[in-house]
Design a protein around this ligand. Structure first.
Ligand SMILES: Nc1ncnc2c1ncn2[C@@H]1O[C@H](COP(=O)(O)OP(=O)(O)OP(=O)(O)O)[C@@H](O)[C@H]1O
Length: 224
């Protein structure tokens, strides 16, 4: 079997407030193969976002091992962590976090430009992704000129613009009505599959989870 794109071993995270410590992650072992799409389910407060923040190298404070593309990344210095995030990972959140003064194409170009691509390359990639998501006629619209589903498609295109090995998504359609969520998720999965990226997607929605390659559940701080 090829090397997992993500592998966590005994990942632990606690939060202490005053006298109280809660152990949110109590030893999470998770391996995701290249190109595999995994749904992360769990009750509200079970630690899905905490797990995504840890493997997304957005938060320190955890114990255990995180390997991305074969390299241990859990204890990197901040600069290396930033580079790993930039070059290996893509992120989609419940709220799109698009830059309001940039149009759709510019928002999608940005991660690739930061990675050092030429302007022509970043533009061509952004336009191809947006067109694949049905936004070919919305390329120069700013976020406030787009519907919620369109905004989230732009966020999906932005996450994929750098060809990440792994896309991390936290309730990517949680802010959309059911019908739009279904359509945007189907497009998201199609694009991720087409690009050959792996994905870890937190959701409350069992029905949407069934469309992914594998489902894991966080319960009492471990995956089952
Ligand atoms: N920075 C923090 N400080 C203290 N407690 C925190 C912090 N972040 C998360 N928690 C606690 O950790 C637990 C897990 O939170 P988390 O947001 O990871 O759950 P979740 O499964 O993503 O929930 P939801 O499905 O409602 O988004 C919760 O009890 C939360 O209150």
């Amino acid at each position: 079997m090829s090397e997992p794109v993500l592998q966590t071993r005994d990942l632990r995270r606690s939060f202490t407030q005053g006298e109280t410590t809660i152990h949110v992650l109590r030893g999470v072992d998770l391996a995701i193969a290249p190109g595999e799409i995994v749904a992360l389910l769990g009750a509200s407060g079970s630690g899905k976002s905490t797990l995504l923040q840890a493997v997304g190298l957005l938060e320190g404070g955890f114990d255990g091992s995180i390997r991305i593309d074969g390299a241990e990344v859990g204890k990197l210095e901040s600069h290396e962590r930033t580079l790993t995030r930039r070059d290996k990972l893509g992120f989609v959140y419940q709220f799109h976090h698009l830059l309001p003064d940039f149009n759709a194409t510019e928002n999608v170009e940005l991660p690739r430009l930061i990675q050092g691509a030429t302007f022509e390359d970043a533009k061509a990639r952004a336009e191809a992704l947006l067109t694949a998501l049905g936004l070919g006629t919305r390329l120069t619209h700013r976020p406030n000129q787009l519907s919620g589903g369109e905004q989230q498609r732009v966020a999906v295109a932005r996450a994929l613009s750098t060809r990440p090995a792994l896309v991390l998504a936290d309730e990517p359609t949680g802010n959309l009505d059911e019908k739009t969520a279904d359509i945007v998720l189907a497009e998201f999965l199609r694009l991720v599959r087409g690009e050959g990226s792996a994905a870890l997607i937190a959701t409350h929605n069992e029905r949407l989870a069934d469309r992914m390659d594998r489902v894991v559940r966080l319960h009492d701080g471990i995956l089952e």
